[in-house]
Design a protein around this ligand. Structure first.
Ligand code: ATP
Ligand code: MG
Length: 447
């Protein structure tokens, strides 16, 4: 409905109930039983909303309300089987409210998520603004909001995800903020925590980069992510790690096994570890919680380990939206973000298990950790697939893991099939990794 801008601050709004004044009161708000209609007379002829309209007007005048809510239209229109009558009566309500100068929200049920906009097919023609809320089933339930019409003002189109948060109520996932990223790019770089990986990326990650690290299970994603966190703590940066794969205790045990001094890190207060089961909430709720942590803890580095665990509760499309929304929140704040994932289809070919391939196009840096198989040995290798805005080393390097952490070593000259998900050195090279496939020549200049 049209109307004067809603008031903000000052006197708390008075909640006017025309039906159940005994409902629990919201803090700081009062429920007022409005005066009954000015005069009750006998009803003659067809039922109409004359009395309701008069009652609303009377209540608005009596309470000084500036906002009115009718929840819901469906309940009051059940008396009218004829659409023409519904339209007429709705028009009567709408014009009365418009004349009163109040902002009014009318709710109405819909029978089909993507069918008619409203049950009687007339509501949207009579009213000035129409917003559709959906709760569609796309493997999981996803709530979306769509502004179908907003007379006299430009608005965003399409469906936008939202969630109902116990703390903040309806929260729309801010995919819409993405274009604001432009122009806020950072030129300074941060260390990955692995010096050789910094070199491969042309001197570390840009501070506002979103980095995708993909690799199969056990290859070293969590270890790399932790090295990234510890490097942040060493640089005096606040670091936030979300793990959807392991409990905090498991993570702490691994950290100790890799020789990192967690007590020392804890003493700085700069690292926060959060362990959550993906199934504990919807993807949107995870997003809201991560965003809230970012706003409250204000980390300079963030890790999500792994996105693939979130695939258990979300469709690929939803996960893409999640990554877009994360980027929209994190990039403008200059948070260096490392996302880990299992290898994706576009890297691994048909049958690849995860979303990593599609997500790679949304990130700034793509790093592959892979197993490399040679007769009698399975080693590890790392390569950088892209670094937006920077030169990088295109070659594949050996990786070893021991009790002191992850080490990037020799260049693996003969290795192939890395993109297919499993590297294998050429047969005429010496066994990997003892220097066989090693390229002993000087490192190539960055391209
Ligand atoms: N002290 C240690 N010495 C040598 N290797 C270790 C040590 N501690 C752990 N590892 C190995 O480090 C490897 C990397 O583990 P990491 O947890 O980083 O893998 P991941 O890629 O995160 O796997 P997942 O996808 O299953 O989470 C594992 O294969 C593990 O066996
Ligand atoms: Mg892991």
């Amino acid at each position: 409905m049209r109307s004067r801008p809603p008031t903000s601050g000052g006197t708390p709004p008075r909640w006017v109930s025309t039906s159940r004044p005994g409902k629990p009161r919201a803090p700081g708000r009062s429920w007022t039983r409005p005066p009954t209609s000015p005069r009750r007379g006998p009803t003659v002829g067809t039922y109409d909303f004359g009395a309701l309209v008069a009652r609303i007007s009377h209540a608005v005048h009596g309470t000084g309300a500036t906002r009115v809510s009718l929840d819901s239209l469906g309940a009051i229109f059940t008396r009218f089987p004829d659409k023409a009558v519904v339209r007429h009566e709705l028009f009567r309500i709408a014009t009365t409210l418009e004349d009163l100068g109040v902002t009014c929200v009318l709710t109405a049920e819909r029978t089909d998520e993507y069918g008619s906009i409203s049950r009687y097919d007339v509501e949207e023609f009579v009213l000035n603004n129409v917003i559709v809320l959906r709760n569609g089933l796309y493997r999981e339930r996803r709530r979306t909001v769509e502004i179908v019409k907003l007379r006299g003002a430009p608005h965003r189109t399409g469906e936008w995800l939202f969630t109902i948060d116990p703390q903040d109520g309806i929260v729309v996932i801010p995919l819409a903020f993405l274009p604001l990223d432009k122009g806020s790019v950072r030129q300074d770089r941060v260390s990955s925590g692995v010096p050789a990986l910094d070199d491969m990326c042309g001197g570390g990650f840009f501070r506002d980069a979103v980095i995708l690290l993909s690799g199969p299970t056990g290859v070293g994603k969590t270890l790399t992510a932790l090295s990234f966190m510890v490097a942040g703590v060493d640089a005096g940066e606040r670091c936030l790690l979300y793990t959807f794969d392991e409990t905090e205790e498991q993570l702490r045990r691994s950290i100790a096994g890799w020789g990192m001094d967690l007590d020392q890190v804890d003493a700085t207060g700069l690292l926060t570890l959060v362990s959550e089961y993906p199934e504990a909430s919807s993807l949107e709720d995870h997003f809201i919680r991560i965003r809230r942590s970012v706003e409250e803890f204000r980390p300079q580095r963030l890790v999500i380990d792994t996105l693939s665990a979130l695939e258990r509760i979300a469709t690929p499309r939803a996960l893409l939206d999640f990554v877009i929304a994360l980027g929209a929140v994190l990039r403008p704040r200059g948070v260096t973000t490392l996302l880990t994932a299992l290898p994706g289809q576009s890297y691994a070919g048909p049958g690849g298990p995860s979303i990593a391939g599609q997500i790679a196009s949304l990130t700034d840096v793509a790093i592959l950790l892979r197993y490399v198989e040679s007769p009698g040995h399975v080693g590890r290798a790392i390569t950088v697939l892209q670094t937006r805005g920077s030169a990088y080393d295109h070659r594949v390097r050996a990786v070893t893991i021991d009790h002191t952490g992850l080490h990037v070593g020799a260049f693996l000259k003969g290795v192939s099939n890395i993109l297919a998900g499993y590297g294998s050195p050429l047969l005429n090279t010496r066994p990997w990794p003892a220097g066989a496939a090693e390229d002993t020549s000087q490192p190539e200049p960055h391209e």
